[in-house]
Design a protein around this ligand. Structure first.
Ligand SMILES: [Zn+2]
Ligand SMILES: [Zn+2]
Length: 245
């Protein structure tokens, strides 16, 4: 059961209001990107649903959906681990834009709750626009092609899962979330606050996955990430994290 959010520590209780002042051009670009995502995802969904010819295809689509959620969760964990564990805010190119937000999140976990939907989700939206555009531009899979259906179905579910990963992360830090979100958190369909609290309370060395959190326990138990870090940085002992890279 998810502990009462109001009883949780500071990183899970969000203040009201706030938000950062941003340029009008940036706000417009984010809105345009999200609108383009909605159009492309709708078009891709229509093309994918036209491939369904029976119960077997529906089962294949369900398999694709499960694989997409697992892939999004794994991707979120690997990106999060890399950005928490390596590089520095002063690293050229990626430091200020990519690494800094991850480091800031550990010094001010509630900052993410003071940002609007577009600001939180536009970067992941930009990541998924090219594959969605490519899928809509390319010829649709041949009717009856299981591979084509699995591929189209995977993209249909992984795109919104990736888009919403930062939003799901924000919800895990908010004191109040819409009722359907709380329902999904309690059923572990999306990252529950208690699961994500392990990351912040564990010194940012565990529970990196922030889409569903399904892969956190297997990854933590496997020891894979510390082993990879030791391979990448031999002789450094305990794997680096949070600016010690
Ligand atoms: Zn967090
Ligand atoms: Zn982190």
């Amino acid at each position: 059961m998810v502990p009462p959010i109001t009883a949780r520590k500071a990183h899970t209780a969000a203040p009201e209001g706030g938000g950062s002042a941003r340029s009008g051009w940036l706000v417009a670009a984010e809105a345009a990107a999200l609108a383009a995502f909605a159009v492309l995802l709708t078009a891709h969904a229509a093309r994918t649903l036209r491939l369904l010819e029976g119960p077997g295809d529906a089962a294949a689509l369900a398999v694709a959906a499960l694989a997409a959620l697992l892939a999004a969760d794994l991707g979120s964990g690997l990106v999060h681990w890399i950005c928490d564990s390596f590089f520095h805010v002063t690293t050229p190119l990626i430091g200020p834009a990519v690494i800094a937000p991850f480091r800031e999140h550990h010094t001010d976990p509630l900052a993410i709750t003071r940002r609007g939907f577009a600001e939180v989700n536009s970067s992941n939206c930009a990541v998924m626009l090219p594959p969605l555009a490519l899928a809509c531009w390319a010829a649709p899979p041949a009717a009856g092609s299981l591979t084509g259906l699995l591929g189209a179905g995977f993209l249909l579910f992984v795109a919104p899962a990736v888009l919403l990963t930062n939003q799901i992360h924000q919800w895990a830090h908010r004191a109040a979330v819409p009722r359907p979100v709380r329902w999904a958190q309690r059923r572990r369909l999306i990252l529950p606050p208690a699961e994500h609290a392990r990351h912040h309370e564990g010194g940012a060395t565990v529970a990196y996955c922030i889409t569903t959190g399904w892969l956190n326990r297997p990854l933590d138990r496997s020891g894979l990430l510390p082993a990879l870090a030791r391979m990448a940085r031999p002789g450094r002992g305990r794997f680096p994290t949070l600016g010690r890279a």
